[in-house]
Design a protein around this ligand. Structure first.
Ligand SMILES: [Zn+2]
Length: 312
C-alpha cells in the first residue's frame, strides 16, 4: 500500500492518514516532518533546506525529493506508506513517479477526498485552539459563545485562531490548491491510480469509505471511456438526422447533432466524477470578508519599523 491522499486544505487528510497508519501499520511520510527532522539533525539536505528557509525562499523540490528518497530506504516503508504534503503540483508528481520507480516503490493508489468549498471554509475558519493544552475546537460544530474558552483546562483559557486559518487566508489557500494541486486529479486518473470518496461527514464513516476505496478498483481513465460513449452517440444521431433532414446538407446537420450528442454524455460523466472546477472557481471569486478587520496590526508594526530605521 503506497498511497497519496489528495484533497484541499481542511479535507481531513491528516486525520485520515492517522487512521490508515493505525489500521494498516504503515508509516505516514510527511514532507513537513522530514524537513523539520532533517534540519534538526543537520543532515546535508537539512542544511540546504535551512539555507533556503533562512533566505526566505521555498525549499527546492530536489531537496524534498532527496529527503523522500532517504526515507524510502528505511525498513518501515517495506509494506507501504502514506505520503503527506507531497506532491502539490504536476512537476512534483512527475518527479515523484521517477523517484519511486527508481527505488522500486511506485504508488499503488491515490485517493481524492472531496469536500465542498463552503464546508472547507467552515472547517478551517471555524478552527480555534487552546494555547495551554493544544485542544482544537470548531466554533461552527461546537457553539462556545462569543468568547470561546477551552473546556479541557481547569482555568478555561480563551481559545485562539491560528493566523493562517482566517477566512481570507483560507480562500487564498483554496485558490492555490485549485490552480496547482487540483490538476493532479486528472494526472493520477490517467495513470489508473485514482479513487474518489466523498469526505464529508463523520470521521469513522469516511475512514470506512477510504478503506473500501483502497480495496476497490481505481477509476478508469476518463478520456478513453468518454470518447467511446461519445463516438457511439455520435454514430447513432448521425444516422437519425441523416434520414430526417432533407433541406440542409445532411452531412452538416449530422455533424451538428453528433457534436451535441457527443457533448451530452461527457457532461454527465464529469458531473459524476471529480472535476467541478468551474463551479468552485466561481465560489472562490467571492471571498468572505469577516476577519479583514484583524489585519491592521501588521501594518502598524511595519510603519514603526521604518520610523525607527529613519531615526537611526
Ligand atoms: Zn485547554
Amino acid at each position: 500500500m503506497r498511497i497519496v491522499l489528495l484533497g484541499a486544505p481542511g479535507s481531513g487528510k491528516g486525520t485520515q492518514s492517522q487512521r490508515l497508519v493505525q489500521r494498516f501499520g504503515i508509516p505516514q511520510v510527511s514532507t513537513g516532518d522530514l524537513l523539520r527532522s532533517a534540519v534538526a539533525r543537520g543532515t546535508p539536505l537539512g542544511l540546504a533546506a535551512k539555507d533556503a528557509m533562512q533566505a526566505g525562499k521555498l525549499v527546492e523540490d530536489s531537496i524534498v525529493l532527496g529527503m523522500i528518497r532517504e526515507r524510502m530506504g528505511d525498513a518501515d516503508t517495506a509494506n507501504g506508506f502514506i505520503l503527506d504534503g507531497f506532491p502539490r503540483n504536476l512537476a512534483q508528481a512527475a518527479a515523484l513517479d521517477v523517484l519511486l520507480g527508481q527505488v522500486g516503490k511506485p504508488l499503488t493508489a491515490v485517493v481524492l477526498m472531496e469536500v465542498d468549498y463552503a464546508e472547507l471554509t467552515r472547517r478551517i475558519a471555524g478552527r480555534r485552539s487552546c494555547q495551554t493544552c493544544g485542544s482544537v475546537y470548531n466554533i461552527y460544530t461546537m457553539p462556545l459563545g462569543a468568547q470561546p474558552r477551552c473546556q479541557n483546562c481547569a482555568d478555561h483559557p480563551l481559545l485562539y485562531q491560528r493566523p493562517d486559518d482566517n477566512e481570507e487566508t483560507v480562500v487564498q489557500r483554496l485558490r492555490v490548491y485549485e490552480e496547482q494541486t487540483r490538476p493532479l486529479v486528472n494526472y493520477y486518473r490517467r495513470k489508473g491510480l485514482l479513487r474518489v470518496i466523498n469526505a464529508q461527514g463523520e470521521v469513522d464513516a469516511i475512514t470506512q469509505l477510504l478503506v473500501d476505496a483502497l480495496a476497490a478498483r481505481p477509476e478508469k481513465a476518463r478520456s478513453k471511456a468518454a470518447k467511446k460513449v461519445a463516438k457511439k452517440a455520435a454514430k447513432k444521431s448521425a444516422k437519425k438526422s441523416g434520414k430526417k433532414s432533407t433541406k440542409k446538407s445532411p452531412s452538416k446537420a449530422a455533424k451538428k447533432s453528433a457534436r451535441k450528442a457527443a457533448r451530452k454524455p461527457a457532461k454527465k460523466q464529469s458531473r459524476k466524477t471529480a472535476d467541478k472546477s468551474p463551479v468552485k472557481r466561481r465560489r472562490l471569486a467571492k471571498p468572505a470578508r469577516r476577519t479583514v478587520a484583524k489585519k491592521p496590526p501588521r501594518k502598524a508594526t511595519k510603519r514603526a519599523g521604518t520610523r525607527r530605521r529613519t531615526r537611526r
